[in-house]
Ligand binder design. Structure first.
Ligand SMILES: Nc1ncnc2c1ncn2[C@@H]1O[C@H](COP(=O)(O)OP(=O)(O)OP(=O)(O)O)[C@@H](O)[C@H]1O
Ligand SMILES: [Mg+2]
Length: 487
């Protein structure tokens, strides 16, 4: 911000709901540069920050007219002003003012949750990105909230300095006000501030992010303990874990950026992507690729950029993009109405993948990789493209064992070899479904689940690999030369 003002940018826009943070930032900058800060809002009019406003300056026009009269350097913070710029006269005035400003260290800063300027003004305006606060920015607020709650609500605070720091860390990803609101809510719900608050706050953050839309943090619910087969993928992930440790980095290991998992339906692509987070003990967040499209022009790219910024803040993080073709597929085709937008979104994502520092691992899945644009699949984007095929006999036995155990059954009481033999061509999801259906049958017949019941269910099921044999075959053919087997 100091740089922008020093380099004589007459109009600076800050798009953020966090007006208070902008104000604090500008006060700092103004003090550093030794120039006065003026503020204008429609309710108070124009005045020096923390000073008395000038009389009769609360209309936007009067505000601007008075700025023109003020001599010398200055920073002028105009709150919610962008909305008045649609008016031709005001727009013109602002442009004239900006023209004059170029010769002095004078800048107008426009803030609003959403800044959209008319095209004439856009050219003279420089956007400033106010990033989400870091843990250290949040810490003073966190302390203050806890002190207030202790004083006003008599809530016991049992947190030492490291715990307090971790608490601030757990709130990263939210704007400051929202973070502190989430903290207050969690403390009041628990009636105390102890070690358990750290997890409670993460939970509240998940809730808050959910309503935001695009990125949703998800509780880590799976690790490779829950996955049968996929030995190669599992091994690859385990090996990369060391690259993420300080020792690994010192040794010169390059931190992994991401994998793309493709393959036959129901064979554990989504499960494996989630398991990466469990394996590394990273936070897990889901990017909703389908929700990316917004009817307002430019809005989709803005939302994607914000989402990626958020992901970076939440690092170390596994960013899970399920069925990535939903967002980027039409980037490959031309002529489609969505193709242009899709291409720009893809460019945003690829640039981010290229530049970003480590800490965010992209775990993407795709059900139909053939529709993905080739840029995405080029070497060096994803570290590896894995192909998940139908489970072989051995893995099918493991799948039965795993899912029987999940439903509280002792797998040793079943003939796993027989089940595996009978379920040739079944996916993991279909095997799970056989067990679910078998449990219903057994319960209705008032007996325990047996191998025979399961075999009967298997024989009554037509797996996708049979009903859609051609499709499965073509996915396999495609993968042969372009992907690495996950198993
Ligand atoms: N290899 C596996 N190990 C353990 N469970 C599996 C495996 N494959 C599938 N399953 C079971 O099937 C369910 C569905 O699998 P998942 O959603 O991961 O498949 P997918 O490949 O993403 O399918 P889709 O193509 O439909 O998105 C999982 O939640 C899990 O219970
Ligand atoms: Mg899936």
């Amino acid at each position: 911000m100091r740089l922008l003002i020093n380099s004589r940018h007459p109009i600076i826009t800050v798009e953020t709901p966090e007006e208070a943070r902008v104000e604090a930032l500008l006060l700092d900058v103004a003090a550093e540069l030794g120039v006065p800060l003026y503020e204008w809002s429609v309710t108070t009019g124009l005045g020096k920050a923390h000073g008395a406003p000038l009389y009769n300056t609360d209309s936007p026009e009067q505000g601007l007219a008075n700025i023109a009269l003020i001599q010398g350097d200055g920073i002028f913070l105009l709150k919610d002003f962008a909305r008045y710029c649609d008016n031709d006269k005001i727009c013109r005035r602002l442009r004239d003012l900006a023209e004059k400003f170029r010769t002095a260290r004078r800048s107008i800063v426009l803030t609003a949750a959403r800044v959209a300027l008319p095209a004439d003004l856009e050219g003279s305006a420089m956007p400033f990105q106010l990033g989400l606060p870091e843990a250290e920015d949040l810490l003073p607020g966190v302390r203050q909230v806890l002190a207030e709650l202790s004083r006003d609500e008599r809530i016991a605070i049992a947190l030492d300095v490291p715990a307090m720091t971790q608490l601030a860390q757990n709130l990263v990803g939210l704007p400051e006000e929202e973070a502190l609101r989430a903290l207050r809510k969690s403390v009041l719900e628990r009636g105390k501030a102890d070690a358990g608050l750290l997890d409670a706050v993460l939970e509240t953050k998940r809730e808050a992010l959910k309503t935001e839309g695009l990125i949703e943090t998800v509780r880590r619910d799976a690790s490779f303990m829950d996955v049968a087969g996929l030995a190669h993928l599992r091994d690859w992930i385990a090996k990369r874990k060391t690259a993420l440790t300080p020792e690994g980095r010192r040794f010169g290991l390059v931190p992994p950026k991401g994998v793309l998992i493709t393959g036959v339906q129901g064979c554990g692509k989504s499960l494996a992507a989630r398991a990466v987070a469990g394996e590394w003990r990273f936070e897990l967040a889901r990017l909703d690729a389908g929700a990316l499209y917004d009817k307002y022009v430019g809005e989709s790219e803005r939302r994607l950029r914000k989402a990626l910024e958020l992901a970076q803040k939440l690092a170390p993080l596994v960013l899970w993009v399920d069925e990535i073709e939903k967002a980027f597929a039409s980037a490959g085709s031309s002529g489609d109405a969505d193709a242009g937008l899709s291409q720009r979104l893809l460019a945003t994502l690829l640039t981010w993948m290229q530049d970003r520092e480590s800490g965010v691992f992209l775990a993407a899945t795709s059900n139909n990789i053939t529709v993905l644009p080739p840029e995405m699949l080029r070497k060096g984007r994803f570290d590896e493209i894995f192909f998940v095929d139908l489970p072989n006999r051995e893995v099918r036995a493991a799948l039965f064992a795993l899912h029987l155990k999940k439903r509280g059954r002792d797998a040793t009481g079943f003939d796993l070899a027989k089940l595996a033999g009978a379920s040739e061509g079944f996916s993991g999801a279909e095997i799970e479904q056989v067990i679910v259906a078998g449990l219903y049958t057994a319960f209705n017949a008032k007996q325990q689940l047996t191998t025979e019941i399961l075999v009967a269910e298997i024989q009554g099921t037509a797996p996708l690999s049979v009903t859609r044999a051609e499709e499965v075959q073509s996915i396999r053919e495609w993968a042969k030369t372009r992907a690495v087997p996950a198993d």
